[in-house]
Design a protein around this ligand. Structure first.
Ligand SMILES: Nc1ncnc2c1ncn2[C@@H]1O[C@H](COP(=O)(O)OP(=O)(O)O)[C@@H](O)[C@H]1O
Ligand SMILES: [Mg+2]
Length: 230
């Protein structure tokens, strides 16, 4: 089935540097993700979580092995080709929110649409719609310093979704939030996954947060140690 093959990593290896500075960050990773999944990737610091996310997110390429995204082998794509596919198919959420400080919530959410050449009217409509999905339509004109950490992260989630990506990747999305706001973000992810069918991959080192996902993949020393779907 089509949906079986949203993401396919086959024997993915990533080596940084060479000689005495060589780091084997990923070692023969096999991972299959279907449309509509909500996965957490869990592991200690330095285990390869961000490296795997950079490869899945088309920010970096594997040293060896294959990565098929919607059945397209992107393993050997050039930087420009990766950038195109990344803008179309991936939404990112970061630990530090990465919002533009001088722009309003709405302008931040609309940003990915600007790069896609969508006109002003539609940008505004889709931006406001996404802000309503994360419960912030009344705050569209606020700048990040006028919003709480949890609200900033909700703006970032709206921004990640506005281009209707195939996958949303979140790297430690609750790493800078207190427990109350962390729970709110996780509940938002669950709702977006269940009601909107958004495919989510969330990296965390927090077991409580990880347990909220439907499937958990444990990684250690660049290898998958356990995958609850297997
Ligand atoms: N650009 C890089 N150059 C060299 N080594 C790197 C680079 N990025 C990550 N590493 C190393 O690869 C390993 C995995 O890193 P990373 O994927 O960032 O782990 P995590 O996100 O789980 O903390 C670590 O040993 C790290 O030091
Ligand atoms: Mg990391």
């Amino acid at each position: 089935m089509e949906s079986e093959k949203l993401i396919l990593l086959e024997g993915v290896t990533k080596v940084y540097g060479s000689g005495p500075t060589r780091v084997d960050a990923l070692n023969n990773i096999n991972l299959k993700v279907s449309q509509g999944e909500f996965i957490s990737i869990i592991g200690p610091s330095g285990s390869g979580k961000s490296t795997i996310m950079n490869i899945i997110g088309c920010i970096d390429r594997p040293t060896a092995g294959r990565y098929l995204l919607e059945q397209i082998d992107v393993s050997n794509f050039k930087d420009e080709e990766l950038a195109l596919i990344r803008n179309k198919k991936i939404g990112f959420v970061f630990q530090m929110f990465n919002l533009l400080p001088r722009q309003t919530a709405l302008q931040n959410v609309q940003l990915p649409l600007l790069y896609s050449g969508i006109n002003l009217k539609e940008r505004k409509e889709r931006g406001l719609y996404m802000l309503s999905k994360v419960g912030l339509e009344g705050r569209w004109h606020h700048r990040p310093n006028e919003l709480s950490g949890g609200e900033c992260q909700r703006v970032a989630v709206a921004r990640a979704l506005v281009n209707k990506p195939s996958i949303v990747l979140a790297d430690e999305p609750t790493g800078n939030l207190d427990s109350k706001n962390s729970i709110e973000i996780i509940n938002l992810f669950k709702r977006l996954n269940e009601e909107e069918g958004v495919t989510l991959i969330m990296i965390t080192h927090n077991p409580e947060i990880a347990n909220e996902a439907k499937r958990r993949v444990y990684i250690r020393d660049g290898k998958i140690e356990e995958d609850t779907s297997l």
